[in-house]
Design a protein around this ligand. Structure first.
Ligand SMILES: [Zn+2]
Length: 405
């Protein structure tokens, strides 16, 4: 058998079916961008490899996937952080022109080049922890041109980084100030102008999915439904921000339309679960946002577990409610704050995160035929990846079969 790269003397955490599936003394043969063979070293067929890496017992995991971020934005929200620490509420801050609209105003003024330049160090922080795929949302433009500039900034980031970027269109992130008294007209804008336009964008900027924030402070279930039905007509997979501050039924609505994922879910209840099960909709939990907001309510992890709903974990990296650019921190918080096991947390940033992006056929596990996105960690156990706070174990990254570091 011929291979471009052979990893041997490695312990392999395959994450097949979301379990460690540990192979104690294993090997992985990579051909081009894909995994050609994986298994016990003792069973390895004769391999003619161009390059070999002896892992010396290093632990190999799939490349990590951050499946929910808002890391492209302009402006600075630290004043709001300080105000909130003094007891100001989100509503008071919004009335003073702060909150999300301050990010929107700054982002609307920025060029795609400037947005990409601001996002680069944030992306680099994620990549420095073994992240090989990142989802990024628009949603700080809230006007067609500004939303498209965010998509263009994503394309620029994809050009200078080997990371894979999944682009999500989130014009339904908030109701812009100019539409505050006539939100349905903004929904009309999204349905009749924005979606038809972005559906025709060239492949390197066309979004991979459409998302909406279904919440009392954002879009109603009915408005979200209009946006999602239009998005589906243009062939876009769906994602939703739902049940974060209250239970409106956004997760069930999205799952009923076969959404890839429903995200946040602090207020999800048992009645919402069967439709998610049927659709295979992934529950994306965002513990860093819950931490920053000092939210007391927890997503119903036990209920999700019992019904075998796949649980993904993401940073929700954003300037307002989760200025967290560390997926390992999100894994730790998923264990400490949400009660996940380290194995579930790792599944949440590998296989289940891949499912939340509709890419589980290609990403998220170590199996023959999958893309060779791998991380070789200097750790003794996979639980170490959820264990530390503010410490990244030494590691090497392989993306599409290429050794990056
Ligand atoms: Zn979000």
């Amino acid at each position: 058998m011929k291979a471009d790269l052979l990893l041997h003397d490695v312990r392999i955490v395959t994450m097949v079916r979301g379990r460690y599936g540990l192979i104690q003394r294993g090997a992985i043969a990579i051909s081009g961008a894909h995994i050609a063979w994986v298994g016990e070293l003792a069973a390895l067929p004769n391999v003619d490899a161009r390059k070999r890496i002896a892992g010396r017992g290093q632990l190999v995991t799939p490349g990590l996937i951050d499946c929910h971020t808002h890391l492209i934005y302009a402006g600075n929200r630290t004043a709001e952080f300080e105000e909130r620490l003094q007891g100001a509420t989100y509503e008071e801050i919004a009335q003073r022109g702060g909150g999300i609209m301050s990010t929107v105003l700054a982002t609307r003024r920025a060029s795609p080049e400037a947005l990409a330049a601001m996002a680069r160090p944030r992306l680099r922080a994620l990549l420095s922890e073994g992240v090989t795929t990142v989802e990024i949302k628009t949603g700080y433009g809230l006007q067609l041109d500004a939303e498209v500039r965010m998509l263009e900034a994503m394309a620029m980031l994809a050009e200078d980084h080997p990371v894979e970027i999944f682009r999500t269109f989130l014009a339904a992130h908030a109701i812009p100030t100019e539409y505050r008294r006539r939100p349905d007209e903004y929904v009309d804008q999204i349905v009749h102008t924005m979606l038809p336009h972005i559906a025709e964008l060239p492949p390197e900027v066309r979004p991979d999915a459409v998302d909406a924030y279904c919440e009392g402070i954002a879009f109603s279930v009915e408005q979200t439904r209009r946006i999602f039905e239009a998005a589906r007509e243009h062939g876009f997979p769906l994602k939703v921000h739902a049940e974060q501050l209250s239970n409106l039924g956004g997760a069930a609505l999205a799952a009923g339309l076969n959404a890839l994922s429903a995200d946040h879910l602090e207020y999800l209840d048992a009645l919402d679960i069967p439709v998610m099960m049927r659709a295979g909709t992934v529950a994306v939990l965002l513990p860093c946002a819950l931490y920053y907001l000092r939210e007391g309510r927890r997503p119903p992890v036990d209920l999700l577990r019992r019904r075998a709903i796949p649980i993904a974990i993401a940073t929700d990296a954003n300037p307002g409610t989760s200025p967290c650019f560390s997926l390992l921190t999100a894994m730790n918080m998923a264990c400490i704050l949400l009660g996940l096991t380290p194995e579930e947390a790792l599944a949440g940033v590998t296989l289940h995160a891949a499912r939340a992006l509709g890419r589980a056929n290609r990403l998220g596990t170590i199996e023959p035929g999958k893309q060779a996105d791998l991380v070789l960690w200097d750790v003794e156990t996979p639980a170490e990846l959820s264990y530390y706070l503010g410490y990244t174990p030494k590691h090497r990254v392989i993306k599409r079969g290429v050794v990056l570091s």
